[in-house]
Design a binder for this molecule. Structure first.
Ligand SMILES: NC(=O)c1ccc[n+]([C@@H]2O[C@H](COP(=O)([O-])OP(=O)(O)OC[C@H]3O[C@@H](n4cnc5c(N)ncnc54)[C@H](OP(=O)(O)O)[C@@H]3O)[C@@H](O)[C@H]2O)c1
Length: 244
């Protein structure tokens, strides 16, 4: 039986991404990390790179938009570990950069909701039986300050820019977090939403003021490693509550 805490992270396909850095930090704290990506080869390479640094990682294929892929991944985790301690819903898309309410292509909007809301919802449902086998289960939903009303920098009331579709998906994901937390509280499953902050996961973002990926990932790791009496149903950045 695996004695380490087991964490599964969705959307780990890039070395520069928050998912990979979160995996590294969790493994650094002694977690066994399951790195997943829809392109398994990418996850495999990243797990190998962690193993070279003596970090405990395995890889699996997981496309959060495909029920069959989710089912196979759940089956693999069941066979290899028999439980899951932490689920990190990190995968997401930022499409439709210039969309506005007036002009958005609703087919693109729907596909963005598929990736940022229905995908993680499906993944959460599928992994619940394995999370219920953990003594300290945690779910971390990686959302965004853009999905709040009052985040001073990016909230709906304050951010004048586009990315309307993305904001609406993350707002919904925040709401889903609250409902899930209430529903699962009595089972001891802590569910929180985390905004990593504006993070330099792509070229050019650092120059626009984005923070290093190590800092963004720390917020996610904080929520993944909460103690049993930790909060649930909250929205956090850097371990501090954010306005909804
Ligand atoms: N960077 C920021 O400033 C920032 C701020 C707030 C929130 N966030 C959130 O943080 C999370 C990570 O973002 P990031 O900045 O690290 O960018 P990223 O590296 O592009 O991360 C997104 C990941 O999601 C994966 N993905 C997309 N659709 C998927 C699917 N159907 N199944 C499985 N994986 C899928 C992508 O994989 P592919 O390579 O296969 O497309 C990619 O690995 C996202 O949820 C994002 O919204 C980021």
């Amino acid at each position: 039986m695996e004695t380490r805490n087991i964490a599964l992270i969705t959307g780990v396909s890039r070395k520069e991404g928050l998912g990979y850095e979160t995996a590294r930090q969790l493994a650094g704290q002694g977690y066994k990390v399951i790195i997943t990506a829809r392109d398994h080869q990418k996850a495999e390479q990243l797990a190998a790179s962690m193993q070279q640094d003596h970090l405990d990682a395995v890889s699996m294929a997981l496309d959060i938009n495909h029920a069959d892929s989710i089912r196979k991944c759940v089956q693999q985790v069941t066979e290899q570990f028999g439980r899951l301690d932490v689920l990190i819903n990190n995968a997401g898309v930022m499409t439709d950069f210039t969309s506005t309410i007036a002009t958005a292509d609703l087919e693109v909007v729907k596909s963005c909701f598929d990736s940022n809301v229905f995908g993680p919802w499906q993944v959460t449902q599928a992994f619940l039986p394995l999370l219920r086998k953990s003594s300290q289960p945690r779910i971390v939903n990686v959302t965004s300050g853009m999905g709040s009303y009052d985040d001073p920098a990016f909230g709906l009331h304050h951010f004048p820019g586009a990315l309307t579709t993305y904001a609406l998906t993350k707002l919904t994901f925040n709401a889903l977090t609250v409902k899930a937390a209430k529903e699962l509280k009595d089972e001891g499953i802590l569910v929180n939403a985390v905004c990593p902050g504006f993070t330099a996961t792509y070229e050019g973002l650092k120059e626009q003021g984005a923070r290093p990926v190590e800092e963004g990932a720390k917020s996610i790791v904080w929520a993944a490693t909460l103690p049993a009496d930790g909060p649930t149903g909250g929205f956090y950045r850097d371990g501090k509550p954010l306005p909804w």
